[in-house]
Design a protein around this ligand. Sequence first.
Ligand code: ATP
Ligand code: PRP
Length: 215
Amino acid sequence: MALTKNDQKLTIAMPKGRIFEEAIHFLQQAGLQVTAELQDSRKLIIPVENAKLEFIMAKPTDVPTYVEYGVADVGVVGKDVLLEEERDVYELLDLHIGYCRMMVASLPDWKPTEALRVATKYPKIASQYFREQGQQVEVIKLNGSVELAPMIGLADRIVDIVSTGRTLRENGLVELESICEITTRLIANRASYRMKSEAVDEIAGKFLEVIPRGN
Ligand SMILES: Nc1ncnc2c1ncn2[C@@H]1O[C@H](COP(=O)(O)OP(=O)(O)OP(=O)(O)O)[C@@H](O)[C@H]1O
Ligand SMILES: O=P(O)(O)OC[C@H]1O[C@H](OP(=O)(O)OP(=O)(O)O)[C@H](O)[C@@H]1O
């Protein structure tokens, strides 16, 4: 079954890593042809010839970049990445998968001091949040293991994703404030949305049918 009603090929940027399995399951439920190559291969470009589809396997934070520049027509990406990267793309659908929360956390005995430092992988989200709260903070960008920062005295608080809460718990940190809920989104390149509207609408329609209800 061809996905597109015309001859236009659709390129989909897929996030490698944590949400990949859930995203693949979602594509399968939506009736897209998910080949063994897509599920179990080190190839980064995976064409599905008879469906006029091509998948590119991207680092999650790069998905909006590929979509903004039009090298991918659509992409699957977390809302956290969209908020942080601020790329010029259309956000078409909330897929209601990849649930987690963006939180402020600290050691349990944290008290406001004069030098407020916040460590995070998400400097834009953190800066905007504390600006809106009227709090002046110094934001320190880290690339991972953010929970270390309060434990070793680099920062008072962190802004990070919490899912099960296990990482906070096992490192003796507590949730202070919730910034927002995070889920996985379908995004589209602005030109593709106009020029390949049939193909983009068709894929969005298939996704819409399998988005978990009640969310
Ligand atoms: N517990 C979680 N921690 C981090 N991300 C989560 C979690 N649950 C769901 N997500 C989603 O998964 C995406 C992150 O996936 P992943 O950790 O593979 O990417 P990454 O941060 O680029 O990885 P890394 O930098 O560790 O290679 C986030 O954008 C978020 O939307
Ligand atoms: O609430 P939990 O279920 O414990 O999940 C949250 C943790 O998962 C993520 O880290 P990740 O595993 O991506 O590693 P990182 O430290 O390299 O960002 C996130 O940054 C938290 O540290």
